[in-house]
Design a protein around this ligand. Sequence first.
Ligand code: ADP
Length: 677
Amino acid sequence: MIALGAILVAAVLVITSYEIWRQRTVVLSSSAAGLESLALTLAEQTERNIENVEKVIDSVIDSLAEGGGIDHAGSADMHRELRERAVGVPQINGIALADSSGRVLNTLTQWPAPQFNIGDRGYFQFHRDHTDKAMHIGPPVIARNSDREVITLSKRISGPDGSFKGIVTVIVLPRYFQDAYARVLPANNSALALFRTDGILLARAPEAPGAKLGKSYAHLPDFQPDAPLSGLVRAPSPMDGQMRMVAFHTLARYPLKLNLSLDEGQLLASWRGNTLRLAAFGVTATILLTSMVFLLVRHMRGEEESVRQLRDSENRLRLAQFTLDHAADMVFWATMDGRVIYANRAACERTGVTVEEALTLTVAELDPAFSPEMWQGHLATLRQDGTVRYEAVHRPRKGRPFPVDVVITTVMWEGQESLCAFVRDITDRKQAEAALAEQAISLEASNAELEQFAYVASHDLREPLRMVNSFVTMLSKRYGDKLDDEARDYIAFAQDGAVRMDRLILDLLEYSRVGSLDRPLSPTPLGQCIDLACRNLLLAIDESGAAIDRGTDFPMVMANEEELVRLLVNLIANALKYRAPDRAPRITISSERRDDDILVTIADNGIGIAPEYFERIFRIFQRLHGRDRYEGTGIGLAICKKIVERHGGRIWVESVPDQGSSFHFTLKPTPTPSPGP
Ligand code: ADP
């Protein structure tokens, strides 16, 4: 279609261009023919004019020959004769007879002749030096007696022996030719020029500033020896630079050439008008055709697009239908009064009916447990919310009841409001939920039992330990001086063991208590808890000479204050305990908001921890050093982990050995109050 449009547009353009070109050719060729014939006519007329002048000159020479030669030239009779001969030859503006020295003897206009000499004139010298009898046509010169620009036509007067006796000169004004030509020039876009064949300009109509009379155009191709005598050329004018069509003609009898030229720009003006009209037509036709083609293409593309969209939506529909038919969930469509209008494969299989059967039943018939009251209740919710979701036990007509999750929505179907129900068998989920709930209950029970056991055990263990310790102490007091050194060392070891055991039991007790006692979380100021922890450790801080760098802007967090203080004490105490031997401890406590959590960091410049122990240190009884170097039970960080996790957070460490450690843990911020209505 686009190709056809392009061909049509191209055809319009070609036809329009051809017509424009053809009209131009017609204008140019008809103008050329007219111009050539006019140039010929004007050349012939010019020739006749000059011929008439030559005849006058010849008659004067003849008269001189008959009437006594040059001696007779200055007579009154000759003056009269000159006047008579010039009658009826308007191009003659003056006649002068001069003797062989150039002295003027007689003139047409004055008698006796004014005293002047033309011996220095080119045309005089020409005749003096040439025996040639032919007429000489001189270039325009300023006349001696009138100061006017004139053309001279002259002939030699010879004695019977051929000797030079003088010349007869006829003065012609260039204006004569110019006026004569101006009258016949075809239009104001044409120009006429008369040249000598050697390129000297004799006359031009109309006058032009660049066309000075007497100027030589000998350099132009028109005046070269091999130039044609007559013809037609198209070239820019050497006088005004305009593109011109020039018809030229060389006179048969005289060395003169006449050029008639037409300004092509003006010649083609009317053609241009036509061209504009034709071009306008061409452009209009092109625009119309292009628009038509464009509309046609768009229409066809639109149709193609519609067909494609239709095919796409059919495909999508088919896909949706297939998906619905083969979905694992049961899908029912029903009218608002409960009549089934569609049931997918799963729905038929689970309810124990065929597809055809399903379409003859109502929802209540498919599930006898579906009472009219329930139906009305669902419809009311649907009207209000647009959708209803519930769990129920489906009782199929055949087979065992099973739990289902039902989502019903209303849709417009063929202009009628209808219901679409997605029913999912949730037997597996229900069983998993029940198993999980059971597990949780038993886990809770065993946890509680375990914690109870740990608490009771550790609590009850302390009593016999105290007894052992007090009796060993009594033993040492009462019998210490009766015992040798070795026995006293043994007693000291036993006492030491009892103290450590007591410490272990206390820590275990503490560990088992975290989370077992009912310590609710509430909005707690983190800053105050840090202060409290530092106060608890005042002595240790003083002793170690530690610097605590504590920020100022701590948020409120959701925590149990007692446990949070315990957590902070454990971490700060470790930072003091595991200090580097060569520098005073520097501890930085800070917090920042990190996504939905508050991140708290306690960083020290202590001995640090190797990366392979980052996980292990949070396990119970895990220590990296012997008791001889650092006191401890290995429970502190396990308690920390238990506290943080009970608060819904996470604890971890980042450390570089010999440089320091950073313990990070997260807490939940206090919930932001929801904006008021
Ligand atoms: P305890 O301090 O009683 O040994 P913890 O559970 O508090 O037990 O710490 C476990 C181990 O983690 C410690 O034995 C120690 O090696 C290492 N540790 C804890 N805190 C730091 C700390 N700030 N710098 C270096 N090591 C630490």
